[in-house]
Design a protein around this ligand. Structure first.
Ligand SMILES: NC(=O)c1ccc[n+]([C@@H]2O[C@H](COP(=O)([O-])OP(=O)(O)OC[C@H]3O[C@@H](n4cnc5c(N)ncnc54)[C@H](OP(=O)(O)O)[C@@H]3O)[C@@H](O)[C@H]2O)c1
Length: 219
């Protein structure tokens, strides 16, 4: 059975490229979530025009989460908790893949550890045991995702406490054209989230758009 993935906050920089790649893979039904129905439909229509097929639907975030098997959260950290509260009812028994990085503008190249240990840990604490939360995709820059035919030179590190949830996130990474790696428990999400701030600093200092990470030494 083809699974449905909802990209919550999928109207910004990071979400559309992921949605485009998952739809293009043919392995998922894809929903773009937004606070506004019209905006979700507009972005879905723009992506469908690029695909040349109507593969992506647009919905308000709570409906997108309720209609999906898997939800992927791509909102700024300042919107993290309110967005989670808005979709919580639709997530019961499901998997949430959290892409959120707890950046603190204007110093977005400084690692910021939030009160709950990581954004992912805060999501898990809010949602409770009924939702399996994993961290993934934080180190993949939006600029790379935008062209679905372009290979991405970046691994996707996946952290979480549930093996099946991590396997789903790894499958999503593969469907989007990347290698997904099990990077350990949810407690490790702080490292993956922190790496993004470091990569932003590297982008600035080395004048590149999207530095990434690779794990070496694997067969
Ligand atoms: N951009 C990247 O290259 C990149 C790379 C790796 C990780 N990330 C992380 O991924 C997450 C999303 O990044 P992004 O660049 O896609 O963010 P973004 O474009 O600034 O925002 C994504 C969406 O979040 C919703 N949103 C924005 N402000 C909100 C608010 N105050 N309350 C509720 N919803 C709000 C908006 O959707 P609606 O208006 O449609 O509701 C917006 O389109 C961030 O945590 C970021 O750190 C980004």
């Amino acid at each position: 059975m083809t699974k449905t993935v909802a990209v919550i906050g999928g109207t910004g920089n990071e979400g559309p490229g992921l949605a485009l790649r998952w739809a293009k893979s043919g392995q998922y039904h894809v929903i773009i979530g937004s606070r506004q129905q019209e905006k979700a439909e507009r972005v879905a229509a723009e992506l469908n025009a690029r695909l040349g097929r109507d593969l992506i639907r647009g919905m308000v975030n709570p409906n997108a989460a309720a209609a999906a098997d898997l939800a992927v959260l791509t909102v700024p950290y300042s919107a993290h908790l309110p967005t989670l509260e808005s979709i919580q009812a639709g997530l019961t028994g499901k998997i949430l893949i959290d892409v959120t990085v707890p950046l603190q503008p204007p110093k977005v190249s400084y690692v910021k550890i939030p009160p709950g240990g990581s954004a992912t840990a805060e999501a898990q604490a809010l949602l409770g045991n009924e939702v399996r939360v994993v961290a993934a995709f934080q180190n993949v820059g939006a600029a790379h995702l935008d062209d679905p035919d372009r290979p991405i030179d970046c691994d996707v590190l996946v952290c979480g406490d549930d093996k099946e949830a991590k396997a789903e996130a790894i499958a999503l990474a593969v469907a989007a054209g990347m290698r997904g790696l099990d990077a350990g428990p949810l407690q490790n999400a702080v490292v993956v989230e922190g790496l993004t701030a470091m990569l932003i600093g590297i982008n600035i200092r080395y004048k590149v758009k999207g530095s990434g990470i690779r794990i070496t030494g694997l067969k």
